[in-house]
Design a protein around this ligand. Structure first.
Ligand SMILES: *[C@@H]1O[C@H](CO)[C@@H](O)[C@H](O)[C@H]1NC(C)=O
Ligand SMILES: *[C@@H]1O[C@H](CO)[C@@H](O)[C@H](O)[C@H]1NC(C)=O
Ligand SMILES: *[C@@H]1O[C@H](CO)[C@@H](O)[C@H](O)[C@H]1NC(C)=O
Length: 301
């Protein structure tokens, strides 16, 4: 494992077309992209190019929370770094649309709930572990660590050292250890307002959205269970059934405002038939154009 300090570096890569194009174009709301685990901002370049091709002149910025594809160490402090990076970019001051792929989706949800400055208008998650995972995501360079990580997850994932070390520990939701998950200050149980003490600001910020859009892949083999992309979650004390959002306390008691969003027509779901890590192929483009474009084709006043 690389040291945490080496990974906790945030920088911003901006993709922007020639300013010559901008004068004649509408002022689209800027789009912020956040990549996932074992990935880098470079793989967001395709999404940026596609958005700029469809919406000429749109300002797109891709965040990087790690300098390495090994890492993306994920803790509350990473969200703070995102907050700083976005607040520091004057081009974003009027409000933003955000799209996070995989882990990037809940990093951005952390940003929305805890900071939201500049404010998010349309929040888009693409195959993100919205209700956590229960299974080590086997991707890229992590493959050789798979068995070891599985052992760690079983023994001690909610211990502080594991929380500090592994990105996915912050959104590990063990259906057999829910009381620990809820009692300890785990990133996900916190931003989901699943802990006894609710944070009203989290809900308030979600409710300030124009739209909340979430997509999952029907063939996702990285997120376990894959329905987590739509807030699906294993039922308590089992992995044999997945409970949809509407049947969970999170929704029924409106912990973070999703029920209100649904009832006001602002919660949108779509599914794809692309593999988890596909953010570049014609398969991606097809679902992006059908489900995301209508929401990012918005102008700032
Ligand atoms: C964006 O919205 C405008 C106004 O509704 C529409 O004319 C335009 O075709 C849309 N752009 C794309 C790429 O769909
Ligand atoms: C990862 O490890 C687990 C437990 O050892 C095993 O069941 C699973 O098949 C492994 N997955 C991959 C992709 O190697
Ligand atoms: C499942 O566990 C969570 C966390 O302890 C709890 O809030 C919820 O009420 C439980 N659900 C059921 C159906 O028992």
């Amino acid at each position: 494992m690389m040291s945490r300090a080496a990974l906790l570096v945030v920088f911003v890569v901006a993709f922007q077309w020639s300013s010559l194009l901008i004068d004649a174009s509408p002022q689209y709301t800027p789009l912020v992209l956040m990549h996932g685990i074992a990935d880098t901002s470079a793989r967001m370049a395709h999404i940026a190019a596609l958005a700029q091709q469809l919406l000429p002149g749109i300002y797109v910025t891709a965040l990087e929370v790690t300098g390495s594809s090994e890492g993306s160490v994920f803790t509350g402090s990473d969200v703070e770094l995102i907050c700083k990076a976005l607040a520091a970019d004057p081009k974003l001051a009027g409000g933003i649309n955000v799209l996070g792929t995989s882990q990037g989706g809940i990093l951005l949800r952390g940003y929305l709930e805890r900071c939201n400055n500049p404010p998010v208008k349309n929040f888009i998650s693409w195959v993100a572990p919205m209700m956590g995972v229960y299974g080590v995501p086997v991707v890229g360079h992590w493959e050789y660590l798979n068995a070891t990580l599985d052992d760690v997850a079983d023994c001690c994932i909610y211990e502080q050292w594991a929380q500090d070390l592994f990105s996915f520990a912050g959104y590990w939701r063990d259906p057999y250890a829910l009381s620990t998950y809820v009692q300890e200050k785990i990133f996900l149980s916190d931003i989901n307002n699943e802990r006894e003490e609710k944070n009203p600001v989290y809900k308030q910020n979600v409710l300030s959205l124009e739209n909340f859009i979430m997509g999952y892949s029907t063939i996702d083999s990285v997120l376990i269970p894959r329905e987590t992309g739509w807030f699906g979650v294993y039922a308590n004390n089992t992995i044999s059934s997945v409970v949809p959002l509407e049947e969970q306390p999170l929704y029924k008691y409106d912990y973070i405002g999703l029920r209100t969003l649904q009832e006001t027509g602002r919660l949108h779901r779509f599914s794809t038939t692309c593999v988890h890590n596909d953010y570049t192929s014609p398969c991606f483009d097809k679902y992006f154009i059908a489900n995301v474009l209508p929401f990012i084709n918005s102008t700032s006043t």
